[in-house]
Ligand binder design. Structure first.
Ligand code: XMP
Length: 525
């Protein structure tokens, strides 16, 4: 494969929809590389990208207002295929001479659209519902405004009672608009529609595959670092693990990984990281055992933010001290992924909706003066996982729940002590084991146990037990910004609770956290 996998690119112009990243993920699933850019992308930047087609995202804005965001004229006139989705269709219609109006019936949820005529994007799709001699599709709608007059040159391609112009096209100019959202899975033929657009209408091939991405990354990494040494902070999380595997494949012994064991990890986690990377894969990993350092500096500290700061600072001290021993290292590898890049670009445009208040422990000092190697910068999390599997990492590592940088430090409420960590590790391992056994682990997004520094009375056999209380936490979420507590079966909760109390003598009581986010957060601190 000597093709340039970035050569056939789709540009997604972002008008601020919550679904923009989803559009990009679906295009990648179609095997085509795409980038998200602010809708004001300049003509020079647009041409430098040399795209094969353009997708206009949805937006919370209203296309019939004067000062709403618009597609730049150079894009409308570029002659490339354009697909407008929701607001993208509306603003395209408005800008090309059609009309958009607010509707008294906003439509949110499933809708049945009637497919009209032979539209290259929409004809002969799978999942057609045939009724009264007509063709329908189940789609997902989410809009208030609607197009009420087609621009010149366009014909109607689909219709619903509330959105009579639910899809439109100008075949000559290869411009298409859909009022519904093909990127959400509720639109049954959504992926097929996007595949059609990128493959048949834009003429893109399937170059964006896990194997090709790896091959491309290897060439790029080798070119970037030459014969220099590269250092990576390996946490055992998905992103840094995939970076380690990728860099090892690209530059072998030029890579040194630093694994800082802070004593706040899950049961046998440190050993597992060493086994996977050092023993099985032959990666050079330095294990810095710093449990004592972390725990002694945390002694007597109960405030969550202070604990986070202490843990972050010691991490940097240890990392710094250990890496100095390696001599001159020019490059630092990081597991930055595409959503991080998009968020910082949004922050630059002042359009970021959410700014995370916490960062992974691993934020390194600016004075390290090393160049950055970020081989996952273009990838979404699901792509990172696919690549991890392709690189041979164990499934359990690649599909593991996220674990916060400060580890058990924020799952032990108040002061952190080794004896608490030990209790928590055992209980957490039991919970996770039972979730796996009951086939629930992958149905929840994150699950863990929290140590509550209160004692409660229990009775075990004939004896009174006065010991610690634990809370189980399991949540379902898409983006970790909002979350619902997982409705685990009572039997499963019962098994976990019984096992924890029977197997760990320092626990007298187990509770289940039924708070959703918001108003609660996922972690307790
Ligand atoms: P919250 O508790 O804010 O958690 O609802 C949302 C997600 O972020 C993780 N989290 C952290 N990750 N450092 C991290 O690297 C932190 O300090 C931190 N605090 C929370 C949490 O596990 C969840 O996935």
């Amino acid at each position: 494969m000597n093709r340039n996998i970035h050569e056939q690119l789709i540009v997604i112009l972002d008008f601020g929809s919550q679904y923009t990243q989803l559009i990009a993920r679906r295009i990648r699933e179609a095997g085509v590389y795409c980038e998200i850019h602010h809708y004001s992308l300049t003509e020079a930047d647009f041409h430098a990208l040399n795209p094969k087609g353009v997708i206009l995202s949805g937006s919370p804005e209203s296309a019939n207002l004067q000062d709403s965001p618009r597609v730049p004229d150079h894009v409308l006139n570029c002659g490339l295929p354009i697909l407008g989705i929701c607001y993208g269709m509306q603003t395209m219609a408005e800008q090309l001479g059609g009309k958009v109006e607010g509707s008294s019936h906003s439509e949110f949820g499933y809708a049945r659209v009637e497919m009209l005529g032979a539209c290259p994007l929409l004809h002969d799709l799978e999942h057609v519902i045939e009724a009264d001699g007509r063709n329908y599709q189940d789609v997902w709608m989410s809009h208030g405004d609607r197009v009420t007059r087609l621009p010149e040159g366009f014909v109607l391609a689909a219709s619903t009672p509330t959105a009579p112009i639910a899809a439109m096209m100008d075949e000559n100019r290869r411009m298409f608009g859909v009022q519904f959202h093909p990127e959400v899975t509720h639109t049954k033929a959504g992926q097929q529609i996007l595949n059609r657009f990128v493959h048949e209408i834009c003429g893109c091939e399937r170059l964006w595959t896990a194997a090709n991405i790896i091959e491309d990354a290897i060439v790029t990494i080798r070119k970037q670092v030459g014969t220099d040494q590269v250092l990576l902070g390996l946490s055992g999380g998905v992103d840094s693990s995939v970076v380690a595997a990728m860099l090892h494949k690209a530059i072998g012994d030029q890579l040194t990984c630093m694994f800082v064991d802070n004593g706040l990890l899950r049961l046998r986690e440190g050993d597992q990281v060493m086994k996977t990377f050092a023993d099985n894969m032959g990666v050079k990993v330095i294990r810095a055992n710093a449990e004592d350092k972390f725990l002694s500096r945390l002694a007597g500290v109960a405030d969550p933010e202070t604990k986070r700061k202490i843990i972050g600072n010691i991490f940097i001290e240890v990392f710094d001290a250990e890496s100095t021993k390696l001599g001159q290292v020019k490059w630092l590898a990081q597991g930055t992924i595409y959503p991080d890049v998009i968020e910082s670009a949004k922050a630059k445009h002042g359009t970021a909706h959410v700014i995370k208040s916490h960062h992974n422990v691993g934020g390194l000092p600016d004075n390290m003066q090393m160049g950055l190697v970020e081989p996952l910068r273009e990838l979404f999390k699901d792509e990172v996982r696919r690549i991890g599997m392709e690189l041979g990492l164990p499934y359990d590592m690649v599909y593991r729940h996220p674990f916060p940088g400060p580890g058990l430090g924020v799952r032990i409420l108040g002061e952190v002590k080794k004896e608490y960590c030990d209790v928590l590790r055992l209980a957490d391992a039991i919970f996770i084991e039972e979730l796996h056994k009951a086939d629930w682990y992958h149905k929840v997004s994150q699950a863990f146990v929290v140590f509550l520094p209160v004692k409660s009375v229990g009775v075990v056999g004939d004896a009174r037990r006065y010991s610690w209380v634990l809370a189980l936490r399991a949540v379902e979420t898409i983006d970790f910004m909002t979350a619902r507590w997982a409705h685990l079966p009572y039997e499963l909760l019962e098994t976990v609770s019984n096992r924890i109390i029977n197997e760990i003598k320092d626990v007298s009581r187990v509770t289940y956290d039924i708070s959703s986010k918001p108003p609660a957060t996922i972690e307790w601190e």
